[in-house]
Design a protein around this ligand. Structure first.
Ligand SMILES: *[C@@H]1O[C@H](CO)[C@@H](O)[C@H](O)[C@H]1NC(C)=O
Ligand SMILES: *[C@@H]1O[C@H](CO)[C@@H](O)[C@H](O)[C@H]1NC(C)=O
Ligand SMILES: *[C@@H]1O[C@H](CO)[C@@H](O)[C@H](O)[C@H]1NC(C)=O
Length: 916
């Protein structure tokens, strides 16, 4: 939720009207010119520095060297260049001062990734090296530069190609130092800067690249536009990364929102690469595009230069390289992929019971009911307003009896009330963020005056994690999960609605150094709490996978849980913006994300709400949410037509659950996004490099949502040159034919968004409508296969208890791959290695069967019959689903009744001529 000021503003706007007036609020936030370090370094080439050739040494995976600045003899820098296989790490810091390095973001295993350099050549002006993966890497000395080439010799990227490298060394204050070095002010907030100027800048040229992606979070295009021209003139605003509680995203703005991932991916045909700067300080990135490629120019306020070049060559290879550094996506509980119903606020127990019953009454599945801040006693988290929620345990158990969960909000601001246990204990133990004088910092947030736990300290996180045991969190149950909001952190009376940069953290770090990672550390403490609770209170053997939604994020958040895109509004522009926002998060290694369905602010009409559900059924995280001042908008409040349409959309989500869950198992193992931009899978099809109107779910399912008011049709672009099968009509489209590749699909409000199955791929489904994911546990699985030109299709299915760590600790899972080829569908369970899992347990058997098999793309489906071993299987032409319009029938096999565990073959045979 947004700040008080904003709520007041909404009230004003309700009177004065249009949302465009929101631009006024932008004055609360800085532009580059308002940040002394950005203003100082933007567009300015760095000082003439060089690597001292005599200082260069190579030892195993390490290259060490000194960077000398003749104009500042005491400002020598130490450079290290490390080989991590297809990743190259460049680390530069001062010899003479201890700068902040962000702890706990890289996996401990990164230290084991080092691979020996091969020295190709040494000279007075360069050192030529080769990685174990065959990349040539050239360290230039004057000016310092690092150029990386593919194993076949193509240039990939070059650090300091344009000479923007600048490293402001630590110094002592002198008379006559420039303004902005030792203090600055923004809108009445003074930042004392005891460390003085400490910023770092550099550029990276991605060679031959015109499309770059990532560096979330902002509501901008997927393929990020240039912010400056190649020579650095005519600047727009650079892209900013500084986690802030921003009321509203103006679409197409480089302005940074609630979270930051300093990872920029560049793509050209046959070569994807990325730059990742591990630094949590305020950061700006300019993009300049020219024939040579895209030059990215980075500036951060403090910290060290610790940059990783991920050399690909494909987008999936980059995702895997990034996941090896910062981790894959946590495997979520199955329930968390269901639909979540949230509102600020469900008022009381009767309201909760009524909303829950409404879903059953209207036959709409959902898994989780959420409570926002008003459920607490005066915004004291871990308490209940006992007038409104007199029997919270009974309420949670009631939801649990129908297989559903509850989520409560717990925010990082702690009300400074001496009678509030959490505050009292934390204050006594000295766990809060400190002012410069050592006292606890106090700011304003929802509860009024609040203190903020210093979650950068592992001991504080350990204490925080204990608050989630049901014995400590009174009247919570193990059916309750958590939502962390406002963790940028939001401080209503602070500069830019956050903490002042000169506040102090663990180990003497300034808030300036840790800002962008603060929200992650808080999220981490909560996640550790739920994980500990699971092992202590649910299953000491296998635990319970945490579910904690966060608004702020940083690199590594994917290991913790989902995020949402914050306070959007009920406007078509925000529906549209949600697609590139979520795609950008996936590109940056954070696949589990969603936007509030319906828009947080304002009131959607039935059409917008319907379209939003139809789109969001394919978001990785699917939650409806609304501001306290909006009209109620449970899915059945917009008339019968809208109710039916929303029901269909949510049911479509639930049908796809086996496919989605399998994609998350992949995201866990490989870091690949669940919702993917078209370029991800079609890296040679330049026409789709900036497509942000369509997206893929996994490798095989293309969704073309209606994003505009009144749309009766959507223009569809089918990428690549292969076949695509409409999951609505069954019709095959051939992307090699212009008329099929670009076509217009009907977008009737009654229909789900047009979806296409990629030739050669398959999706798995569970088709029985149920009230929740829990109720689907034993349901049979349907395979839908779309043949490619060679008559081949393949897919996979991952399934486990959907809840615990038994899959990883005891091999309790089933992973099967299947392929249809030469008229034989072969199914076989795997040893899990491909998903990074231990061998599957022989005993574990979920008792689930494949019951229906739908094959799209056979020329004459009526001509085929099928058998499994000696048994004939019912086979006849039909629609993909009972409800869909048949243009081209599929071959549908029924009552297949073959187990998902084990291996089997179904054979297709042509019917004898007489019977066809
Ligand atoms: C470099 O450091 C030495 C020793 O600390 C000091 O005496 C000298 O003034 C410094 N020089 C510059 C240019 O800062
Ligand atoms: C900067 O680059 C642009 C685009 O290449 C060019 O048109 C312009 O003339 C250049 N300006 C200067 C001052 O060099
Ligand atoms: C997969 O998820 C589990 C559970 O969240 C986690 O322990 C594991 O590290 C993840 N795997 C990878 C490769 O990140």
């Amino acid at each position: 939720m947004m700040s008080r000021n904003f709520i007041a503003l909404i009230a004003i706007l309700a009177v004065v009207g249009p949302w465009s007036a929101l631009a006024i609020k932008a004055h609360d936030f800085k532009t580059c010119k308002d940040a002394a370090f950005c203003d100082r370094l933007r567009g300015v080439r760095g000082p003439a520095v060089h690597i001292d050739p005599a200082s260069v040494s190579v030892s195993g995976a390490h290259v060490a060297a000194s960077i000398v600045n003749p104009a500042a003899p005491n400002a020598t820098l130490s450079l290290r260049l490390l080989s991590l296989g297809s990743t190259v790490r460049l680390h530069v810091t001062e010899l003479s001062s201890l700068r902040y390095e962000v702890p706990g973001i890289l996996l401990p295993s990164v230290s084991e990734m080092l691979e020996e350099w091969k020295v190709l050549q040494t000279s007075d002006d360069a050192l030529e090296l080769q990685t174990s993966a065959g990349h040539r890497v050239v360290l230039g000395f004057s000016p310092p530069s690092v150029a990386c080439f593919s194993p076949s010799g193509e240039p990939i990227l070059k650090w300091n190609a344009d000479g923007y490298f600048a490293f402001e060394h630590t110094r002592t204050k002198q008379e006559g130092d420039p303004e902005g070095w030792w203090e600055e002010e923004f809108r009445g907030h003074r930042d004392s800067k005891p460390q003085g100027p400490n910023a770092i800048a550099f550029d990276v040229l991605m060679e031959g690249v015109q499309h770059v992606y990532g560096i979330p979070e902002r509501a901008s295009r997927l393929s990020l536009p240039a912010s400056v021209d190649p020579n650095g003139t005519a600047p727009g605003e650079p892209y900013r990364m500084y986690n802030l509680d921003v009321f509203e995203y103006l679409s197409d703005s480089p302005f940074g929102l609630y979270g930051s991932i300093p990872l920029l991916m560049g793509h050209r045909p046959a070569q994807t690469s990325a730059v990742f700067w591990l630094n949590a300080a305020e950061m700006y990135v300019d993009l300049a595009k020219s024939e040579a490629g895209t030059s990215s120019r980075w500036i951060a306020e403090s910290g060290v230069l610790d940059v990783f070049f991920l050399l690909g060559p494909s987008s999936s290879a980059v995702a895997a390289q990034y996941a090896r550094l910062t981790g894959g996506t946590a495997l979520p509980q199955l329930f968390s992929l269901g639909y979540h119903q949230c509102r600020w606020n469900y008022k009381d127990e009767a309201d909760v019971a009524g909303v829950d019953a409404g879903f059953d009454l209207h036959g709409i599945p959902y898994d989780v009911l959420w409570l926002d801040i008003e459920h607490t006693d005066g915004k004291r988290y871990f308490t209940w307003d006992k007038n409104l929620f007199p029997t919270p345990v009974r309420m949670q158990q009631d939801l649990a009896s129908r297989g559903r969960k509850m989520v409560n909000i717990v925010d990082p601001h702690i009300k400074t009330d001496a009678n509030y246990r959490v505050y009292k204990e934390a204050e006594e133990k000295g766990l809060f963020v400190k002012n410069k004088d050592g006292t606890s910092f106090k700011g304003h947030c929802w509860p009024g005056e609040s203190a903020y736990l210093d979650v950068t300290n592992p001991d504080v996180r350990a204490w925080w994690s204990q608050q989630f045991y049901t014995s400590v969190y009174k009247e919570s149950t193990t059916n309750l999960y958590i939502w962390n909001d406002m963790n940028e952190p939001s401080v209503f009376n602070g500069p830019e609605i956050t903490m002042a940069k000169d506040l102090l953290h663990h180990g003497g770090a300034e808030h300036r150094d840790v800002h962008n990672a603060f929200g992650l550390y808080y999220h981490q403490g909560t996640v550790e709490g739920l994980r500990n609770r699971g092992f202590k209170e649910i299953s000491s053997e296998y635990g319970d996978r945490p579910f904690v939604l966060s608004r702020a994020f940083f690199s590594g958040t994917q290991r913790l849980g989902p995020i949402w895109t914050g306070d959007n509004s009920a406007e078509w522009g925000h529906l549209q913006a949600s697609v590139p926002m979520l795609l950008s998060l996936g590109v940056a290694g954070l696949p589990f994300s969603g936007a509030d369905v319906g828009g947080f602010f304002g009131n959607p009409d039935a059409e917008l709400l319907t379209r939003w559900y139809q789109l969001a059924a394919y978001y990785p995280f699917f939650r409806g949410h609304a501001h306290i001042e909006t009209k109620r908008r449970e899915p059945w409040l917009f008339g019968e037509d809208a109710t039916r349409r929303v029901r269909e959309a949510i049911r479509a989500r639930y049908r796809l659950m086996p496919y989605l869950y399998t994609l998350f198992a992949r995201a866990n193992a490989t870091g690949e996004p669940v919702m993917r931009p078209l370029f991800w899978e079609f890296g040679d099809d330049e026409a789709v490099f900036d497509n942000q109107e369509e997206f893929l779910v996994g490798p095989g399912l293309l969704v073309a949502p209606a994003l505009h008011q009144g749309a009766a049709a959507v223009p569809v672009t089918l990428p690549g040159r292969g076949l695509w099968h409409s999951l609505d009509s069954g019709r095959a489209y051939d992307a090699a034919l212009e008329g099929d590749r670009l076509h217009v699909a009907s977008a009737d409000l009654d229909a789900l968004p047009p979806t296409y199955l990629r030739g050669g791929h398959a999706v798995t489904m569970r088709e029985r409508p149920r009230r929740s994911t829990a109720a689907m546990r034993g349901d049979p699985v349907t395979l839908v296969l779309g043949l490619d030109r060679a008559g081949v299709a393949r897919g996979e299915l991952y399934l486990d208890d959907g809840r615990s760590y038994a899959y990883a600790l005891a091999g309790e899972y089933v992973h099967a791959t299947f392929s249809l080829k030469n008229n034989e569908l072969r199914w076989a369970t795997t040893d899990g290695r491909d998903l990074g899992l231990p061998a599957p347990s022989a005993e574990y058997d979920p008792g689930v069967v494949v019951d229906r098999i739908v094959i799209l793309g056979l020329a004459d489906p009526a001509a085929w019959q099928a058998r499994a071993g000696d048994r004939a299987v019912e086979a006849e032409p039909g629609p993909v689903r009972a409800a869909t319009a048949v243009e081209t029938p599929a071959l549908v096999l029924r009552k297949v009744a073959l187990p998902i565990k084990g291996s089997w073959t179904v054979t297709l045979e042509r019917r004898a001529a007489a019977s066809s």
